[in-house]
Design a protein around this ligand. Structure first.
Ligand code: MYA
Length: 504
């Protein structure tokens, strides 16, 4: 899943307030140290600024809950998310690596499953739910049931820290994200109120062949965990997670990948969100983008202007005939990352080829290929559309966001990697994709610090966000994977990310 993120340091005043609280909480911190701490932990800054309790003790308490090392690595994305291992009542019982079980030496360890089970050991029946609720399998081919899932997510799914924006996955993107080749109806699991039959909770999984370094796992990808706001904090999430685990296990799947904005035991990698304004004025109006001190709206608008035309020779929309070439190029490109999915031709078609049967306003994914003079596909780049609702705004109801998806280029694939040449090529591709984003009326272009994104994010005027995306593996112990940011949560250009897996 994606995490709602906005440009960090949006509000100067908030930051000032947070800085004051930090100063009061920890004696002797210099201004520079306070600024550094807040830069590292944008969400902590938000929490300190928004906290209604203004006593120095409450800020100090928020800080004490954080492990200093986690603060310094930016892992402590938000005070409210960080707990001692013992406080993870549910996760402490699951086959996931624990905080504190640090490596004895710095040598990499042997990677592999944490718990070995067979299908025979798995219960054929779900655990009972509390009175008044029942399990339901959702048939997303049925438009009524698809709409029910859409409605639940539309009202109750992920929001940013300040509850200004909430993801609004369209029915079409839900179908795209939850029904790739090999999808299973049983893995679209919900909870209904027994009397009204209203859908009040949901969780989904899809199959994925996930390579982690040299091993390929027959795994699932879990997403769209959502509980109606009125049923929160009742320990229903662990029940849903156990149920999807059971359903995956019954299909012989014992490992999973999932992502989230909150800190759980224990991320295998952490990436940071970056945002590139396209319609700066609208982003400013809705409170997404700040007006930096010493700037004026017209300067910002000029800064984020996008050219009308693309510049890469041979760039065109991907067509059905390109599937094999794109699959081949993508497979070779993803081989450089520590973690990536493997894609067959059907998956490439599903994830990358725009389905022409969709109405233009329902388009989910845009993919452009570069065809050279010998009709060879040398590059491609793709992005998908995910809108966010603007909560309680008098003028605007939504933000249309494009998310950078997969890309690949022949540059640097054969022979020694020429980072400079790769940087130039990726900048050209991303700059051209930005032209299309503008043409298709996107307000903002979002990307993570994964893949080789560090090579172009700053050049293409993507700014750091306050959101982080933690990658987790279920029942698999793996050595850490670089997330593309350094210990201070800034782009790490020396050590690019090892993550080659994007999440919807
Ligand atoms: S990430 C998107 C998550 N969804 C949202 O953020 C939407 C808005 N929020 C909600 O709907 C609720 O707040 C949710 C929690 C449902 C998130 N991932 O029921 P509770 C733990 C994992 O009282 P609620 C996505 O979809 C929490 O630490 N665990 O809480 C990927 C605590 O456990 P512990 C989470 O707030 C999902 C317990 O739940 C998350 O009412 C991957 C509290 O339960 C979270 N995002 O509901 C799921 N949030 O005591 C894991 C809270 O230990 C899949 N918790 O701290 C694992 C692989 C399974 C398959 C395996 C196959 C082999």
């Amino acid at each position: 899943m994606a995490e709602e993120s906005k440009p960090s340091n949006r509000k100067g005043k908030d930051k000032e307030k947070a800085a004051k609280k930090l100063h009061r909480a920890i004696d002797g911190l210099s201004n520079e140290q306070v600024t550094q701490l807040l830069d590292l932990n944008p969400a902590l800054a938000t929490e300190l600024a928004n906290g209604s309790d203004d006593t120095p003790d409450s800020a100090a308490e928020a800080l004490r809950r954080l492990n200093l090392q986690d603060i310094m690595t930016g892992l402590a994305s938000s005070g409210k998310n960080v707990k001692d291992m013992g406080a993870y009542r549910f996760w402490a019982t699951q086959p996931v690596p624990k905080f504190g079980e640090e490596q004895i030496s710095n040598e990499p360890f042997e990677e592999g499953p944490i718990k070995i089970q067979t299908i025979d050991e798995i219960s054929k029946e779900p655990s009972p739910l509390i009175d008044g609720f029942e399990w339901a399998t959702l048939d997303l081919l049925d438009t009524t049931q698809l709409k029910e899932v859409w409605e639940l997510l539309n009202g109750h799914y992920v929001e940013d820290d300040e509850a200004m924006f909430r993801f609004n996955y369209s029915a079409n993107i839900l179908k795209w994200a939850m029904m790739p080749p090999g999808w299973k109806k049983e893995w679209h699991r919900g909870v209904r109120a027994s009397q009204s039959k209203k859908l009040v909770a949901f969780i989904a999984a899809i199959p994925v062949e996930l390579r982690i370094r040299d091993k390929v796992l027959h795994a699932s990808e879990v997403n769209f965990l959502c509980i109606h706001k009125k049923l929160r904090s009742k320990r229903l999430a662990p029940v849903l997670i156990r149920e999807i685990t059971r359903l995956c296990n019954l299909e012989g799947v014992f490992q999973a990948i999932y992502t989230g904005g909150i800190v759980l035991p224990k991320p295998v990698s952490t990436c940071r969100y970056y945002h590139r304004a396209i319609n700066w004025q609208k982003l400013y109006d809705v409170g997404f983008s700040p007006l930096p001190a010493n700037s004026k709206p017209q300067f910002q608008i000029r800064k984020y202007a996008v050219s009308e035309r693309t510049s890469t020779r041979g760039l065109r929309e991907m067509q059905k005939k390109d599937i094999a070439a794109v699959q081949d190029l993508l497979t070779r490109y993803l081989a450089k990352y520590d973690m990536a999915a493997t894609f067959d031709k059907h998956e490439v078609e599903h994830w990358l080829l725009h389905n022409k049967k969709d109405a233009p306003e329902e388009q989910v994914v845009w993919t452009y290929v570069v065809e050279d003079d010998h009709k060879k596909i040398t590059d491609f780049i793709s992005f998908y559309c995910l809108e966010s609702s603007v909560i309680n705004h008098p003028k605007h109801t939504n933000i249309r966001a494009a998310y950078l998806f997969y890309y690949a280029t022949e540059v640097g694939l054969t022979g020694p990697v020429d980072k400079a040449a790769l940087k130039i090529r990726l900048n050209a591709l991303v700059s051209d994709s930005l032209v299309y984003c503008k043409q298709y009326k996107f307000d903002v272009y979002n990307a993570l610090s994964l893949m080789d994104n560090g090579l172009f994010l700053e050049d293409q005027k993507f700014g750091p966000g306050d959101g982080q995306l933690h990658y987790y593996l279920f029942n698999y112990r793996a050595n850490p994977i670089a997330g593309g940011v350094d210990k201070r949560n800034r782009l790490d250009l020396e050590n690019l990310s090892g993550i080659g897996k994007t999440q919807i």
